[in-house]
Design a protein around this ligand. Structure first.
Ligand SMILES: NC(=O)c1ccc[n+]([C@@H]2O[C@H](COP(=O)([O-])OP(=O)(O)OC[C@H]3O[C@@H](n4cnc5c(N)ncnc54)[C@H](OP(=O)(O)O)[C@@H]3O)[C@@H](O)[C@H]2O)c1
Length: 321
């Protein structure tokens, strides 16, 4: 975005990496729901801020004192640039909102904010990992073989949650609004798919599909509009991992029902560099490949955002730099 708040391409000299920094030639970046809010002004950001939080590229030069990377290394950034691991005591600074993001050809950045890309992935695939995949990873903490995970819809976070839950040996129940997407969710490993438009009481349906037990973990991307169904679907003493707010109505939450569910409601806020590294080990071991819906050229980044806003995507929308 320019000083005037308009979104336009700006030419700047290629930065020189300082002490502890590397110069990354960015090959791909990916969009998340939060980018859309910032690009259309729903979430104000200072003028001149470079958008986008997630990217992958190649180290093209290293500054003095760099020890983690060498020229030619393929890297992906951590979503939270200053959260390296351990418990986070206060909200972190984020790309696009607090510091310049990745919609650029070159970025000079502290080497600590990057990790190596999983070897089997290409740049467009790796660029989808920092926000959506790590959020799904955090939402699934503790999931193992024999557990049932319920994922809502077929957006970026939900598809990663589906793939990572299957890799952990869990059974997955997915919801979606479209029969076409239901078939693709089954191909990705969902054992059962419920159409949440045809079956508005999908919580009861999910409970029926689990012989009355309910889902051990629910990856809640709908928010206030879906939480009542999630409470109906969650296993006694299960967990609802609250990730997002894509469902537009605001039915809200009945606290009495929630108390009887015995469940835990856990707010998820991305993850640390250490979470990204742990997740990448699992993605590598299982040869998981992120689901990419469409790749747009760099100069069509705003079209990519408009396409994602339309809601027709299945998985991630990516920009090739
Ligand atoms: N807390 C965090 O750290 C964090 C991190 C990343 C994202 N988020 C938030 O998580 C949410 C999802 O992000 P995303 O990037 O995955 O978004 P996205 O790719 O835009 O997901 C959109 C999908 O949500 C599904 N959906 C819409 N209404 C629904 C409903 N009533 N019930 C079930 N599914 C519904 C639709 O799936 P179908 O087309 O299949 O119906 C739609 O394709 C957003 O609110 C985002 O801001 C939070």
């Amino acid at each position: 975005m320019s000083e005037s708040g308009r979104q336009e391409l700006i030419e700047e000299p290629t930065p020189t990496p300082g002490t502890g920094q590397v110069l990354v030639r960015v090959h791909a970046s990916s969009l998340n729901a939060r980018d859309l809010f910032m690009l259309d002004g729903r979430y104000p950001v200072p003028p001149g801020r470079v958008p986008i939080s997630d990217a992958a590229g190649v180290v093209e030069a290293v500054g003095p004192g760099v020890s983690r990377f060498a020229v030619g290394d393929r890297v992906v950034n951590s979503f939270q640039p200053l959260w390296f691991g351990g418990p986070q005591r206060k909200p972190g600074r984020l790309y696009h909102t607090d510091i310049d993001g990745w919609l650029a050809e070159y970025v000079a950045i502290d080497e600590q904010r990057l990790v190596p890309m999983p070897e089997h992935l290409d740049f467009t695939e790796a660029a989808t990992l920092p926000c959506a995949a790590v959020t799904a990873w955090s939402a699934l903490a503790g999931v193992g073989p024999g557990d049932t995970v319920l994922v809502q819809g077929s957006g970026g976070v939900s598809l990663f949650a589906l793939q990572l839950a299957r890799a952990a040996g869990a059974r997955v129940i997915a919801t979606t609004s479209s029969e076409k997407k239901a078939a693709r969710l089954r191909e990705l490993g969902a054992g059962d798919v419920i159409n949440y438009v045809d079956t508005s009481e999908w919580g009861a349906e999910a409970r029926k599909l689990t012989d009355g037990q309910g889902a051990d973990v629910i990856v809640e991307v709908g928010g206030a509009g879906t939480i009542a169904q999630s409470i109906a679907a969650v296993a006694y003493r299960g967990t609802i991992s609250l990730v997002g707010h894509v469902a537009h109505d605001t039915t809200g939450m009945n606290l009495l029902d929630f108390t009887y569910s015995g469940a835990t409601l856990r707010a998820i806020g991305g993850g640390s560099r250490s979470d990204l590294e742990d997740m990448n080990r699992v993605i590598t071991a299982h040869r998981l490949r992120p689901v990419i819906d469409r790749v747009f050229p760099f100069k069509e980044a705003l079209d990519a955002a408009a396409y994602m806003e339309s809601g027709s995507h299945f998985g991630k929308v990516v920009i090739s730099h």
